[in-house]
Design a protein around this ligand. Structure first.
Ligand SMILES: *Cc1c(COP(=O)(O)O)cnc(C)c1O
Ligand SMILES: [Zn+2]
Length: 426
């Protein structure tokens, strides 16, 4: 019987993938399922055979495909042909046209990609679905990660659906909604009394000790390949018409790097004829990557001082890939205060009906700020990615958007309350 725990040999190799290549020193590695970092400490990038992909994937073929998930782009994903798509339906989230918000911001066309509608309610599901697929190829039964919350809950959910068990490390500040998800999905959860950096270090030591499959975006190069599907979808949903800007929030940096990789893939196979500029939005209280771009210096650690917990990453582990993505795209950086994030949460909700968590709306907050500063031309077409759902963190949503009118069930009191608040009932 063939052993399922070993790399299975040539016949199962991925035909679309060449190798993993270190973004720091350029060393290449065979793309085995449990590929990790380069010996120099750099993160690997998965390199594809675009000539092969061009022959196997056309726009027409894609348009006839019924699969409505991130797995509709299999030719561009680093998995073996026989690897099944994991059970939860991840990706193909809606791209809404947002005319009222566009008017509010003073730009010609705005689209909102609501990735909070993924099964565990964040964009992280794209990486976790990939991690579950690759863990399957590696024959692993246990997956582990450290996370500010969303990577954790998405891994726990996607792994539960596939029958894998999970060990999860989160900082004790993680919002209740995310912890509730973890407990519901049956993960073994360790709440670390410390920063995200402390959490990451503990998970690393535990993973080294017990040999679990590693879903840390700092280490596993396949995760940004899952996240790149958000870029693939945006372009297909726009009918391959390239927007001028795509705004997204940035913490560790894996997400913006993934988005950029997807766009570059499409450019490489001739599906799009130019590339958009990225808008990297971070919280003013934790913006080590944007600071590096703005000063032209190397990045260095920063405190984790923002209510946008998912992007409170003081030591970004995907810094190399993220900085490359922002620079290559001739991107813009923007840092927003917690107040600006809260205002964007309310604006997005009331103008689009889209409910994002604080980190989820930080891209929109950044876009709004750039518009106010006159840095986005009025005729621009922009996509703003909402990366996580507001139901994960209702306490902050109530803080942003206020409390409801609270009265006894009495019509006189209702009229009085409306009058007091100057609400003209029509
Ligand atoms: C993780 C996350 C991000 C940022 O992704 P990074 O890869 O850490 O840069 C943004 N928004 C939400 C909701 C997230 O969970
Ligand atoms: Zn290297």
């Amino acid at each position: 019987m063939p052993c399922s725990c070993q790399w299975k040999g040539k016949e199962d190799k991925m035909k679309n993938v060449k190798y993993g290549k270190c973004v720091r020193c350029g060393k290449t590695y065979e793309a085995v399922p449990n590929l990790t970092n380069c010996s120099c400490g750099g993160i690997l990038d998965i390199v594809y055979d675009y000539d092969y992909i061009k022959e196997s994937l056309t726009k027409e073929k894609l348009s006839k495909r019924e699969e409505r998930s991130m797995w509709r782009y299999r030719e561009l994903l680093p998995v073996e042909e026989k690897t099944p798509a994991p059970p939860l339906r991840v990706g193909w989230s809606p791209l809404y046209e947002a005319p009222r918000l566009a008017g509010e911001l003073g730009i010609a066309k705005l689209y909102v990609k609501d990735d909070g509608l993924n099964p565990t309610a964040s964009l992280k599901d794209r990486a976790s679905s990939m991690a579950v697929a690759k863990a399957g190829e590696a024959g692993a039964k246990v997956i582990a990660c450290s996370s500010t919350g969303n990577a954790a809950s998405s891994l726990a959910g996607n792994a539960a659906a596939a029958g894998l068990s999970t060990y999860i490390f989160v900082p004790s500040r993680a919002p209740k909604g995310k912890v509730a998800q973890l407990m519901t999905f049956g993960a073994t959860v360790v709440s670390v009394q410390g920063s995200y950096e402390d959490t990451f270090e503990l998970s690393k030591q535990a993973i080294d000790k017990w040999g679990w499959y590693n879903r840390n975006a700092a280490i596993n190069p396949y995760l940004s390949e899952g996240k790149k599907t958000v870029g693939l979808e945006i372009m297909e949903q726009l009918g391959w018409k390239v927007p001028d800007y795509i705004a997204i929030s940035v913490g560790d940096g894996c997400t913006i790097a993934g988005l950029w990789k997807g766009l570059k893939d499409l450019y490489a196979i001739g599906f799009i004829d130019r590339l958009p500029r990225l808008i990297s939005a971070q919280a003013s209280g934790c913006c080590p990557l944007n600071r590096a771009i703005e000063t032209g210096e190397d990045w260095y650690p920063m405190e984790e001082n923002t209510l946008a917990d998912s992007i409170a990453v003081g030591v970004p582990r995907n810094a190399d890939k993220a900085l490359m993505a922002i620079r290559e795209s001739n991107g813009l950086t923007v840092n927003v205060s917690d107040e600006e994030i809260m205002a964007a949460q309310k604006l997005l909700g009331s103008s689009c009906g889209v409910f994002g968590e604080p980190a989820g709306v930080t891209g929109t907050a950044g876009l709004k700020k750039l518009c106010e500063q006159g840095k986005i031309p009025a005729d621009a077409t922009v996509v703003s990615v909402v990366t996580g759902n507001g139901l994960k963190d209702v306490e902050n949503a109530i803080r942003s958007c206020g409390e409801p009118i609270s009265i006894p069930g009495d019509m006189d009191r209702l009229m009085q309350a409306f009058a007091e608040r100057g609400i003209a009932v029509s």
